[in-house]
Structures are given as structure tokens and as C-alpha cells.
Design a protein around this ligand. Structure first.
Ligand code: DX5
Ligand code: ZN
Length: 216
């Protein structure tokens, strides 16, 4: 089980300090890239993420919530082993985007909105490295975890097992100290949390507590 703190709930005026404050405790740093079009919110793009990439050694997990991932993915300067995901709902054919991400040296993930069924992604599972299951509508930090996601995680786990694939499952949205254990048990390999870490008085302590709960 790996934890990926999302900077979406961090103080953007101190983005580097906030990233560095938890970087050594994190498996990945999760970057929510939004274009104000695929989702009704705007955050940061390659210019900001690349500037931080040079200053932080923790692997990056770039979550593209944008209409044209094929155009913008290559603008991110990644390190080998970084993750880049984009939404299945944003593209007519995800395969060329996955190929582009792989050529960049990153691991490729497909993200699903809560209402998008697993059947929509099934035929692409063999080509991807991870499946990002959204447990809130993408766009904003601080929303409540959608309970029906637990069953979706279990089904995804089973589907991946049945196909003998090694696709990792990432879960994103509404994770907190009350539900992280159940999410991990349902089959999540990578868990994202923004508010439950950066919305807390002591982000390091909050992250350590989440980690302990997840593996309990
Ligand atoms: C939502 C983003 C999530 C978000 C999670 O669109 O994809 O990564 O930061 O925020 P919390 O953990 O506060 O629900
Ligand atoms: Zn995200």
C-alpha cells in the first residue's frame, strides 16, 4: 500500500515548502492538473509542476483532469517511474495517449469518474500500469467519499486478478482516517489524500497516522 498526498489542499503560496514537508514520508506526490474545461476548476500546469520536479526527489503522480491529455502530457518533464494518469472520458481512444506516456518513460494510468463503469476500461487494462478510481467527482478537494466506490475497487481487483495482470489500483477522493483502512482492504494499492493531510494542523503527523491506519 502506497500513499500519494495531493497538493490540492496545500497552501499554494508555499507549494515547495509544503511538498518538501511531507516528501520523505510519501511514496508519490499527487498533482491535480485541471484545465477549467474537463472539470470546473483550474489549478496548475506543466510550468509549475516542472519547476517543482527539479526540487523534489519523491516520485510524482500527475493526474490530468484535462480535455486534451495527448497534447499536454509531453509538456511534463518527468523522471523515470513517475505516474501520469488521464481520464478515459476525455478521449476517444486512450491507446495513443498511453503509448506517448510510456515513450516519455512514465507509467501510464487511466482514471475513471465515479459513474464510469469498469466495463468501459476493461479492454484497455492490459496496456496500462494503473487504474485510478475516483471516489468523488473530479474537480475539488474536501468532498465526501462515495461509499459505492468500495465495491468498484473490489470488482476492479477481481477483474485484474482474473486477467492475471499486474495493474495497480489507485483510489482518489474523500479519503480520511475513518475510511482508509476499508479502502486499503478493498484492494487499493495507491491511496491519494489532500484534505486529510494538508487540511490538518500537522500534515506530517496526519500522513503518518493515515499510513498506520491503512496497514492496520
Ligand atoms: C479531485 C482530485 C483529488 C483531490 C482529493 O478532483 O483528483 O486528488 O485532491 O482531495 P481530498 O482528499 O480532499 O478529497
Ligand atoms: Zn487527483
Amino acid at each position: 500500500m502506497k500513499l500519494a498526498p495531493s497538493l490540492l489542499a496545500a497552501d499554494f503560496g508555499r507549494l515547495l515548502d509544503q511538498a518538501l514537508a511531507i516528501a520523505d514520508l510519501s511514496d508519490y506526490l499527487h498533482w491535480d492538473v485541471m484545465d477549467g474545461h474537463f472539470v470546473p476548476n483550474l489549478t496548475f500546469g506543466p510550468v509549475v509542476v516542472n519547476a517543482l520536479r527539479e526540487r523534489v526527489s519523491t516520485p510524482f503522480d500527475i493526474h490530468l483532469m484535462i480535455t486534451d491529455p495527448h497534447r499536454y502530457a509531453p509538456h511534463f518533464r518527468i523522471r523515470s517511474g513517475d505516474l501520469i494518469s488521464f481520464h478515459l472520458e476525455a478521449v476517444s481512444d486512450p491507446v495513443p495517449v498511453v503509448e506517448t506516456i510510456h515513450k516519455m518513460g512514465a507509467r501510464a494510468g487511466l482514471a475513471l469518474r465515479p459513474k464510469t463503469p469498469l466495463s468501459a476500461v476493461e479492454r484497455f487494462l492490459a496496456q496500462i500500469d494503473f487504474l485510478l478510481i475516483m471516489s468523488v467527482e473530479p474537480g475539488f478537494a474536501g468532498q465526501s467519499f462515495l461509499a459505492e466506490t468500495l465495491e468498484k475497487i473490489r470488482q476492479a481487483r477481481e477483474l485484474i486478478r482474473r486477467k492475471s495482470l499486474s495493474v495497480e489500483i489507485e483510489v482518489d477522493g474523500g479519503v480520511n482516517a475513518q475510511n482508509i483502512r476499508e479502502i486499503a482492504r478493498a484492494g487499493a494499492d495507491i491511496i491519494v489524500a489532500a484534505s486529510a493531510i494538508f487540511g490538518q494542523r500537522d500534515p506530517r503527523a496526519a500522513l503518518q497516522e493515515l499510513c498506520a491506519l491503512a496497514i492496520s
